[in-house]
Design a protein around this ligand. Sequence first.
Ligand SMILES: [Ca+2]
Ligand SMILES: [Ca+2]
Ligand SMILES: [Ca+2]
Length: 275
Amino acid sequence: MPDVLAASGEQVLAPTVVSQAVQAGENVVLTIRYATGNGSDARTSGLGVGVHYDANRLVFTGFSDVYQDLQTLSGNSAAALIGRDSVPRVDEEDRDRDSTTNRMVGLAWVGLDGRWPDQGVTLPMELFKVHFRVSAGAQGTTTVRLSSLGTANGYDLTATSAEVSATPSAYVVLDVDHSGRVDATDGLLIQRRLTGADLIDSDVRLPTGETNRSVVERVDELRVYLDVDRSGQVDATDGLLMVRRLNGADILDSGLLLSDPQSNATVISHIDVLK
Ligand SMILES: [Ca+2]
Ligand SMILES: [Ca+2]
Ligand SMILES: [Ca+2]
């Protein structure tokens, strides 16, 4: 765990784990700790925190264990949680000065008479947890950054970011309806989505718990994998090739012109590795 020791005049935030590896499609939780004032127990007028992330790799799924206020601790209501996003915003202001983090969610607390957090809390403290799902198609390492949406008077924020490395999914990639197997139904659903359709399950019986929306989201998250003819773009041709292969065909490219050096055999290998 990194040090959460603050110099005077600093509010400090740091994740308990600064770097972790998570399988694509799985959940990740970041626990954020807070301290202030050179290791002293200084109380302040509050804090606003922005959590910035790359929506191409992470899906925000909520906050938990958010430090609420002090009423339950001392019966004194001098501080409170005043803001808590449930829906991410586009990171237009880019307060974290990182263009790869294109979404943000915020939290804010205020302490009347400079009494935040409650005297009954020992610093450093766990301030909140933020939950994400790593996108099914995510690759590489992504950074979650923390910014100030407002610090206490006379204080600056010092924040440590967290790194999440996506590792290959434990699921077979093309099982977009999560039925447990890759088959012609997955091919049909993928093909429909890649032709631009929003409603893709019209005559398909999806497994319990799955919806048109969940399958659409999964196909969209997988796009990075789906350029199976390596043309440089993911489109209806890739959908046609996949639907042919998932229907059991060995000749996929009849009527299609593949770009050099691709061949029927290379397209089969690009699809089969995802099955
Ligand atoms: Ca940003
Ligand atoms: Ca399936
Ligand atoms: Ca393509």
